[in-house]
Design a protein around this ligand. Structure first.
Ligand code: HEM
Length: 222
């Protein structure tokens, strides 16, 4: 069987396999490596968290219009919503006036605009962005949380890392299995599946571009 044969491969497998290289690229950017290596200050983490706010604002405000959509609707689960948690983290990281200094990098603006665009015009594309962020947060996100707690002394699962804590998901592994089953049941044809996979790769590339921009802003003094 050819691994790119859309009809014979479960869609969840297809999308994971197809985005594997893009995942490695995002994961190994200088910024991510420096962050996970404990080499960056808390200001870099705060700046990163600010960028996430713009992405989740686009994902979650755009979701409302998709609630009844047959393709994207089933993925919209309230226990995934991250914006409120991000706002608590930002209040902790930046203080009560966090909104007044919030600023998106150009790469973040481009990412959020693409998400908003998909939410408005293309439910399948929205699913690609939804998968890329939320399944990632439930997976590698937990590694980032652990590292952030150790590096900057946030209390375990407390203020500063609430974004990574899914209070409504007691069993992330089971949730991810259910999510993959939803991907496998998604009601689109093979061509649309290929388009969704391509959008997923684009979503990873948009993340990588944000990390590169953050890496430029927070270079390590050698
Ligand atoms: C240093 C950062 C990262 C680490 C250490 C990491 C680690 C991981 C690990 C260990 C898994 C597998 C979990 C499992 O099989 O259940 C995973 C899955 C995933 N990650 Fe990451 N990741 C990182 C960054 C990212 C980024 C930046 C994104 C995209 C924005 C992302 C998106 C995903 C997705 C979508 C999955 C689910 C794959 C699937 O099962 O379909 N990850 N990550």
């Amino acid at each position: 069987m050819n691994s790119s044969d859309t009809s014979a491969t479960a869609f969840s497998t297809l999308i994971r396999t197809a985005s594997h290289d893009a995942h490695t690229e995002a994961e190994t950017t200088t910024f991510m490596s420096d962050m996970l290596g404990g080499r960056l200050g808390v200001d870099a983490y705060a700046r990163y968290t600010e960028q996430l706010w713009f992405v989740y604002e686009a994902l979650e405000s755009g979701a409302q219009r998709l609630a009844d959509d047959p393709v994207a609707g089933p993925f919209l689960r309230p226990e995934l919503l991250r914006l409120a948690a991000l706002e608590r983290d930002l209040a902790h990281l930046r203080g009560a006036g966090w909104r007044s200094t919030l600023a998106a990098l150009p790469a973040t603006k481009a990412y959020a605009a693409r998400v908003a665009d998909c939410a408005r015009t293309w439910p399948g594309g929205y699913v690609a962005h939804h998968y890329t962020r939320y399944l990632g947060d439930l997976s590698g996100g937990q590694i980032i949380r652990d590292k952030a707690e150790r590096t900057w002394g946030f209390s375990r699962k407390g203020d500063g890392v609430r974004f990574y804590v899914f209070e409504g998901i007691t069993n992330p592994a089971a949730f991810k299995r259910g999510y993959r089953e939803m991907l496998d049941r998604v009601r689109v044809d093979d061509l649309e599946k290929q388009r969704i996979v391509a959008e997923c790769k684009r979503a990873f590339a948009l993340n990588t571009a944000v990390f590169r921009a953050l890496g430029d802003e927070f270079p390590l003094s050698a």
